[in-house]
Design a protein around this ligand. Structure first.
Ligand SMILES: *Cc1c(COP(=O)(O)O)cnc(C)c1O
Length: 609
């Protein structure tokens, strides 16, 4: 896996050039030069780089795929889409999404009051807003306020109670009424880890009996005109297209039946989200069995077929795919802080005048290791190290001897790995797995890759330079939280190999890709590590520009955020310090100032000096 599967998960967004990962767009800058430039502005710790052109690419891909399918199938309905805010509500993302979707009429989807406020303030008037999730009267009233403001808003009801509330509010107010959508509870269920979103036992949606009842309520309240949309969502990261097809047939027939029953204004089918993203970087591990073209074609073809068969107009199609739109736009850059086995560098050897004979033998084994004798010498070395450790336990050799033995044994194994790298035996492989190198990375997995922690969701990861050198160290990645779950272990069936680097002399950065969906707001503040620093990167024809450089919030803000008064805390610490004697007034002032400066910086480790 020399290219870390970039051809599998990368969607041509990145390429490897001269050993560097580069952005495959316009001037093709490398992630390394972008990272260095961001760091120049004083940013420490992990960095989220956002690429707006990748958001635009996904939006355009989605719209173009449907435009083509509509043309090919002579479909009469239109295609529309909204971005579900829960996927990533960060301001720089939402702004980029709205901007990138302006030409297409791309809108926003909200699943809570706070998200609805965001949608109302960021969706251009006339562009669609859809509202899903459980609602109280206040949230529904916000929907009326949005409609009154001129928004094209559809409130999707998840149960009859919500419809009753809408109809009550409609009676007591003169505000404009929002459109009403009905979420259908399908008998066909979804796919993937999130399958509970669809199906008979789903958390959301109306059964067919309830839909009929809803029709009656709407007719009785003389509000049938407001009922414009049918909605379903079969779950996220849909790996297989067939559940969607089933859902489409079911929803399509419900649509046609309701039209025939007199739902004259019903004209939209909202197929929810679920388009999957390729996260695995290993071949034979594809996360979706369909292309975007197949997806759009199936949707359009099936809805046309059903509508034609039942002689109703083709519905306008709405989608709410979020993961597909947002995942690829951001890259998490994490500096590597330490390779744990660096302690075993040969430069740390300290031989004595007289060494135990086994140490001298290890020395010889190391220097005389060749491809031919590698296995034999390796076995001898392993034998010797066993004996040396036993001798240590029995008190025959001292700590310095033991340290020398460990360094030598480690280097013999490493050298035999290098020597046999093109043709490793099964034994070497097993040894390799046992002797993983631990890379300490400057980030929190809980904060930045919560789905790895919670769902074992993999994310593509690779070094951003050194790519012209073959990586041969099996790697496990450790984050800087004090939690043993903050680790991405080496998995022999999906191995990650990284480079042997000397961090005293060079930097080494790992990048995690496809992290733009869900990770940022699901992220946890374990150990009080906060959302990393971020920056929006615009690639131009002759370089790149950095905008919205935002440092991760300071320790002061972190403390305020969870309810402390950080100013009081700082004052208290300063008072404690001032009451003690210092050698000079200058030292005292310096120390006080340092304390203050550190509290106004973020909590990640500083590797910039
Ligand atoms: C979460 C959600 C989406 C987005 O799903 P993706 O898998 O990110 O595309 C769309 N619609 C509804 C109702 C949702 O709950």
């Amino acid at each position: 896996m020399k290219n870390y599967g970039i051809n599998i998960w990368g969607n041509d967004n990145f390429i490897i050039k001269d050993g560097l990962v580069c952005i495959n767009h316009k001037s093709m800058p490398s992630l390394l030069e972008i990272t260095k430039k961001v760091q120049l502005s004083g940013i420490q710790g992990p960095i989220i780089l956002r690429f707006e052109h990748l958001i635009k690419k996904q939006i355009d891909t989605l719209y173009d795929a449907f435009a083509e399918a509509i043309k090919d199938n002579q479909y009469q309905g239109s295609f529309n889409a909204v971005f579900p805010l829960k996927v990533n509500q960060f301001p720089n993302v939402v702004r980029s999404i709205v901007k990138s979707g302006l030409e297409k009429g791309y809108g926003l989807e909200a699943g809570s009051k706070a998200e609805l406020i965001l949608a109302m303030s960021h969706t251009p008037l006339g562009y669609p807003i859809t509202v899903n999730g459980f609602k109280d009267a206040k949230l529904i009233e916000l929907g009326f306020i949005a409609a009154q403001s001129g928004h094209n808003i559809t409130i999707t009801i998840e149960g009859l109670g919500e419809l009753e509330t809408i109809l009550q509010i409609a009676q007591t107010t003169n505000l404009k009424m929002p459109n009403i959508g009905i979420r259908v509870r399908l008998h066909s269920s979804g796919s993937g880890a999130w399958a509970k979103s669809g199906g008979m036992d789903a958390k959301f949606g109306l059964t067919s009996t309830e839909i009929l009842e809803a029709m009656e309520l709407l007719i009785k309240a003389d509000c049938l005109h407001a009922f414009t949309m049918l909605h379903f969502h079969i779950g996220s990261q849909m790996s297989d297209i067939s559940p969607l097809k089933k859902a489409l047939r079911e929803a399509g027939n419900i649509y046609a039946e309701l039209k025939k029953m007199g739902a004259k204004h019903l004209k939209n089918i909202n197929i929810g989200g679920g388009l999957a993203v390729q996260y695995s970087q290993h071949k034979n591990d594809f996360e979706r069995n369909y292309s975007i073209r197949e997806f759009s074609n199936d949707v359009v073809f099936l809805l046309r077929q059903i509508s034609d068969a039942k002689s109703v107009t083709h519905p306008n199609i709405y989608t709410e795919s979020g993961r597909f739109i947002a995942a690829s736009h951001s890259v998490l850059i994490t500096p590597v802080l330490e390779l744990f086995a660096q302690d075993y560098q040969l430069k740390h050897l300290k031989y004595k005048e007289v060494n135990p004979p086994l140490i001298d033998e290890l020395k010889d084994l190391y220097s005389q290791l060749t491809p031919k004798n590698a296995m034999e010498y390796l076995h001898d070395a392993l034998d010797h190290i066993e004996s040396l450790l036993t001798l240590f336990d029995l008190g025959y050799i001292d700590l310095q001897d033991r340290s020398n033995a460990e360094i030598l044994a480690h280097n013999i194994i490493k050298k035999s790995l290098y020597i046999s790298q093109d043709n490793p035996t099964q034994e070497i492989r097993l040894l390799q797995e046992r002797l993983q190198e631990k890379y300490l990375i400057n980030c929190s997995i809980f904060q930045s890759l919560p789905d790895y922690w919670g769902l074992s969701q993999e994310f593509p990861v690779m070094p951003i330079d050194h790519l012209n050198i073959k990586p041969i160290l099996p790697a496990s990645l450790w984050d800087i939280t004090c939690d043993s779950d903050g680790e991405i272990g080496f998995n022999p069936t999906k191995p990650l190999y990284l480079h042997d680097v000397d961090l005293d002399h060079e930097d080494y950065y790992l990048a995690f890709f496809n992290i733009g969906a869900y990770q940022e707001t699901l992220g946890m503040k374990h150990n009080l590590f906060e959302h990393p620093s971020e920056c929006t990167v615009t690639i131009t024809d002759d370089g790149f520009a950095l905008d919205n450089i935002e440092d991760s919030i300071s320790i002061m803000d972190i403390l305020d955020d969870i309810g402390y008064n950080s100013k009081d805390l700082l004052l208290q610490l300063k008072t404690n310090l001032s009451q003690n004697d210092f050698n000079t007034e200058e030292e005292k002032n310096d120390t006080l100032q340092k304390l203050e400066v550190y509290m106004y910086q973020n909590g990640y480790l500083d590797t910039t000096n």
